[in-house]
Design a protein around this ligand. Structure first.
Ligand SMILES: NC(=O)c1ccc[n+]([C@@H]2O[C@H](COP(=O)([O-])OP(=O)(O)OC[C@H]3O[C@@H](n4cnc5c(N)ncnc54)[C@H](OP(=O)(O)O)[C@@H]3O)[C@@H](O)[C@H]2O)c1
Length: 339
């Protein structure tokens, strides 16, 4: 199997650090370039990064000299992995694409562009198939972290659902390393996250819909979202009420969630969780401090009254919601012989 050479943009940020960590000793992906903001270009990664995530800086990354985001610095890699801030990513990624460089990106610009696959591998790996008819290089987007987490338990239930009502409880790390001041969030809940509700609605509709070359047909279900920021470091939760097309037995819902498997599991891809949706039996689960799994989504409080299903969902916003998906998408593309 040929190896995949990648560079990471935004490698010193929270998502970038997770990519650096998850790619240590990867069986077929090699990190050859790391990039950060202009002021850090030329410095050793180990000196420039404020390492914030669990464990030490991987040995392989310490001596890599940080490069810019300019295409010339990335011309000898197979894929650029982007973890740039949204406001920087649009122009940088367009420039890379125009220079013939393939990009998988965590940032929001172009997520809803008709011909750009928005991929959460277990949910819609098949949307990658449109790349077979793409001439030249390509852009693949990761969904918003909350949309990534919520779409996992919705996938096995999608044909039963009429509409969704969702309240999210999103952790502080979702806003990035410098995203939110301690004073703003300590002992507080902020019932507004700019742009988040629209992203969750539109992106879930895209992922659960049908993708064809150059276009997509949304799933077409109304999704009413209220997003809140809570004083938790890691892990996004969501309380979901799904109005079902008809009443359903709770055990059938739980079985559908527990038995959900997709291509990443069948192909035993290195980053794929064995059980993508974990239904927890504990009455007070899931909790960010106890139940956070890097790549699986945890579900608890499952109940069905008449035709309304309630469940509480928890996932790791930095891994399942960002860095882990990027890598699982690359592994899926390699399995599908798209790279
Ligand atoms: N946090 C999450 O839970 C999450 C989840 C899903 C998706 N995302 C998305 O992933 C992306 C990264 O998020 P994050 O939380 O990792 O952000 P972050 O912690 O703020 O990191 C931003 C990274 O971008 C670099 N950067 C900033 N300005 C730059 C510029 N002008 N040129 C080149 N590099 C620049 C920073 O480098 P320096 O260290 O040099 O400043 C840093 O490496 C965002 O688009 C975000 O929306 C985040």
């Amino acid at each position: 199997m040929g190896r995949v050479r990648v560079s990471i943009l935004g490698s010193t940020g929270l998502v970038g650090q997770w990519m650096v960590k998850l790619l240590e000793n990867h069986p077929f992906i090699d990190v050859v370039k790391l990039s950060a903001s202009p002021g850090k270009v030329g410095r050793r990664y180990g000196d420039a990064v404020h390492w914030f995530i669990p464990g030490d800086i991987p040995e392989y990354a310490r001596d890599i000299e940080l490069v810019s985001t300019e295409p010339l610095d990335h011309k000898d890699v197979d894929v650029v992995l982007s973890a740039l801030p949204n406001e920087v990513a649009g122009s940088v990624e367009s420039k890379l694409l125009a220079s013939g460089i393939n990009v998988v990106s965590n940032a929001s610009p172009e997520r809803l562009s008709p011909g750009v696959p928005l991929i959460n591998p277990e949910v819609n790996w098949n949307h990658l198939e449109i790349l077979r008819s793409t001439k030249g290089n390509w852009l693949v987007k990761n969904p918003n972290c909350t949309a990534a987490i919520i779409s996992m338990p919705l996938k096995p239930l999608q044909d039963l659902i009429h509409e969704l009502h969702i309240v999210t409880l999103q952790s502080v790390s979702g806003a990035g390393y410098l995203g939110l001041s301690y004073l703003a969030i300590d002992g507080n809940v902020i019932p507004f996250i700019k742009g988040e509700e629209e992203k969750i609605d539109a992106e879930i509709n895209k992922m659960l819909g049908k993708q064809s070359p150059g276009n997509y047909e949304p799933w077409g279900r109304p999704i009413y979202v209220t997003s809140t920021r809570v004083p938790v470091k890691y892990g996004h939760m969501a309380v979901i009420h799904a109005v079902l097309k008809e009443p359903m037995d709770r055990d059938k819902v739980i079985n559908a969630l527990r038995n959900f498997r997709s291509l990443p599991q069948e192909a035993e891809l290195p980053t794929a969780p064995k059980e993508p949706v974990k239904v927890l039996d504990r009455i007070d689960a899931p909790q960010p401090a106890r139940d956070l799994d890097p790549m699986a989504v945890s579900v608890g409080r499952v109940s069905v009254r008449n035709n309304v299903l309630r469940m509480v969902v928890l996932g790791d916003n930095l891994v399942r919601g960002a860095a882990g998906i990027t890598i699982l998408t690359l592994e899926t593309m390699k399995h599908l012989k798209l790279i």
